[in-house]
Design a protein around this ligand. Structure first.
Ligand code: 4NP
Length: 159
C-alpha cells in the first residue's frame, strides 16, 4: 500500500504550520486515510523549538474542533527533504528559506500550500503572530480551504 508524506512549514512552527497539521489530520482522518497520508510540520526558524503552539492558535483551533496542544515546534532539517514528498510553505519567505536548505534534486517538493486552495484565493497564509485574534481565524479559513484541495490532490497520487 503506497503512502504519501507531507510537512507544513512556516517561520516559527507555533502558529500557521501546526494549525495546518491539525486541520489536515482531521480532514485525512475523516476520510479514513490516516495510515496513507503522513503529516508533520516544522519551522524555518529555531526560536520556538520544543514549545507548544501559540496559545491564540490553540484557542482558535479548539473552537473549530482541532487539538493543537500535543504539538511541539521543531526546525526544518536536511532529512526532511528525503522523508517528505511535499514541503508545503505558508508564504514566499518560507519557500525561499526552505529552498536554501534544499538539495537541488528535491526542489520540486517545495510548494506553497495555497497553490491547492480554490482559484482566486490569496497565495500566502499571512503571519498572524504580531496581529490580533482575527488573524488566527483567517489562518484557519485559508488552511481549511487549501487542505481540502491538497487532500483531493493527494488522493490522485494514492490511487
Ligand atoms: P508562525 O508564526 O511562523 O506561523 O509560527 C510566527 C511565530 C513566531 C514568530 C514569527 C511568526 N516570531 O517572530 O517569533
Amino acid at each position: 500500500m503506497n503512502t504519501v508524506s507531507i510537512c507544513f512549514v512556516c517561520l516559527g512552527n507555533i502558529c500557521r504550520s501546526p494549525t495546518a497539521e491539525a486541520v489536515m489530520r482531521a480532514q485525512v482522518e475523516a476520510v479514513g486515510l490516516a495510515d496513507r497520508i503522513l503529516i508533520d510540520s516544522a519551522g524555518t526558524g529555531d526560536w520556538h523549538v520544543g514549545k507548544a503552539p501559540d496559545e491564540r492558535a490553540q484557542q482558535a483551533g479548539r473552537a473549530r474542533g482541532y487539538d493543537l496542544a500535543p504539538l511541539r515546534a521543531r526546525q526544518v532539517a536536511a532529512a526532511d527533504f528525503e522523508r517528505f514528498d511535499l514541503l508545503l510553505a505558508m508564504d514566499e519567505a518560507n519557500v525561499r528559506n526552505v529552498l536554501r536548505l534544499c538539495p537541488p534534486t528535491r526542489r520540486e517538493r517545495v510548494r506553497l500550500l495555497m497553490e491547492f486552495a480554490p482559484a482566486g484565493a490569496a497565495r500566502e497564509v499571512a503571519d498572524p503572530y504580531f496581529g490580533g485574534e482575527e488573524g488566527f481565524e483567517q489562518v484557519l479559513d485559508q488552511v481549511e480551504a487549501a487542505c481540502a484541495g491538497l487532500l483531493a490532490h493527494l488522493r490522485t497520487r494514492l490511487a
